[in-house]
Design a protein around this ligand. Sequence first.
Ligand code: SF4
Length: 417
Amino acid sequence: MSERAFEKLEILADAAKYDVSCASSGSKRQNKDKGLGNASNGICHAYTEDGRCVSLLKILLTNHCIFDCAYCVSRKSNDIKRAAFTVEEVVDLTISFYRRNYIEGLFLSSGIFYNADYTMERLVRIAKKLRLEENFNGYIHLKAIPGASEELLKEAGLYADRLSVNVEMPTETGLKLVAPDKSHKDVIEPMKYLKKEIIGFKEEKKIIKSTPTFAPAGQSTQMVIGATGESDMEILGMANYFYKKMSLRRVYYSGYVPISTDNRLPAIGTPVPMIRENRLYQADWLVRLYGFNVNELVGFDLPNLDLEIDPKLGWALRNLHQFPVDVNTADLALIKRIPGIGLLSAQKIISARKFKNLQPEDLQKMGVAYNRAKFFLAKSSPFALHKDYTSEQIRQQILTLQNSKYVANFSPQMALF
Ligand code: SF4
């Protein structure tokens, strides 16, 4: 790689790190002692539909931009080093990294040169060249530029596995505050169009086998959290709208990293809202996979998620009348709602109880966090916790247990459900 291309890679991989919509792992591991591979320089990880983890070259085509969104490091008023790859450079980088086994795919986003179509056309040319000229079959995730023509979006879907249009701020008011030139409509329109095409191509393929695949991994979006004043109720409400109305595969939540001195935004040095981001992902999981409604987790009387405890435990403590639950007789939907019991353990419980009356040790073997679950299990079962605790007492006991576990393990990991 030429020195200039390497310099561009450093600038444009660094600028891409703020986009979490490909679920970057953010690895910083460096190659040592002439070992194989290097996890820096824009290599991140994403999960495919079948659950495989793939490494992606994550870069911007350019960090030049005609817009001045206050929250963005690439905004035109920011005094930073600028660079732009050519179409050929991105193709060459992708192929050479792929051949070296560094990556299995490409995540390509961009600032906006001149206008949306000019930029989108280059993104499409890269994907097209990779597929048609280089016979590249790896994963490609392209950013769909709001305002780009439908013809270009359609072409993008023919070559990319996934497309994403970032909504950026969860509400129109928030977006107008920090990016007055943008509107939610600019994002919703391409999403609607992509949804229509994804469904159309799928339907056609059922009848005509030779129909090409169109964005087979669907579309996703990203919302920046904590830059403007939206509540978790507004954020999760917006995400729910995207899942239901736009059939989005994923909504990503990105805690705002203060990068500019601007009185519309949190000051530099304000901590990134990592725990809040984590709670939003947990709530998102509960809605997508556990059968919860958003309004069971947040509402006008409770606009924000509790940062101390996960949203499933929060719901259970507000709904103690739904407990205790007997895992030997309850249906799957209710078992999934017991704090400390995940999706997999719930399935195992349903299968195993056909053969025996389950005991606490059986649950522990299945991976249930028994110390948490025990407060919600039926007294009639062998798990009896012969005490009528109040919500606050259960909360305190679980928090004490959680905190003592952290001290013992020195672990930065939070308990999941
Ligand atoms: S349009 Fe995109 S790249 Fe440009 S300043 Fe706004 S967020 Fe950043």
